[in-house]
Design a protein around this ligand. Sequence first.
Ligand SMILES: [Zn+2]
Length: 267
Amino acid sequence: MRFFFIGTGAAFTMADDNFQSNAILESEAGERLLIDCGTDARRALKAAGLGRGDVSAVYISHLHGDHVGGLEWLGFTTYFCPDTARLPLYIHEGLVDALWHNSLKAGMEVLDYGYGHLGDFFDVRPLPADGGFVFGGLRLGLVPLLHIHSGEAVMRSYGLMMEAPIGRVLFTSDCLHQPETLMPAYRAAHLIFHDCDTGPHCGGVHAHYRDLRTLPADVKAKMWLYHYPDGPLPDARADGFRGFVRPGQVFELGAVPEEGGLAGLAD
Ligand SMILES: [Zn+2]
């Protein structure tokens, strides 16, 4: 299994050499799980030498545009391609209605046969917060995290814990700094990919480098940082991290035993 980002930038990146933070988990058989599909996704895939037909399934962590804004493209190009089956779309069960009604319906509802719905475009696989799924023989469990918490307004994002042959790999998705919640996952993980803002302000949306720098040395030593804004970056290695991930940087997660392959819900 291989894991890489087609973009490692923040939502509004305009960098010539980067895109929004979306990632790919690639199986031994060449199946690819697209982890989030933002507005940059089609360009980011192209820059990575991939196209829509190279995506086997999609996971959505939360409903910000840099994570779902490319689903209209992906859904329509699949729908109008007669040889292509609907892609499995794994998503927390509490986000399914909002994804359709609040993010996609206005542009996708009217179809050539009448009114459509999300199931016309994707094979929707709703997941409970404590659930997961199997892709390429590798189990991925949801990690519910706070992304925005402002008074009564709460937005969650669902990271992933991948049970990889090299050990557990934690992908946080977008999240606030929340060491109390995340420490057990930090400790259990062999490798960590963590949301990291490096901007001048702590906006209450993303974990900030200043806060992540205070984590224990053994946690930082297995942590890669992504979802950073354009511009100069701090010396993360000097501060004890693995570093900032670059787009296309490949992480080998080890070989999954033979019976793998694209599978459905594990639980
Ligand atoms: Zn977000």
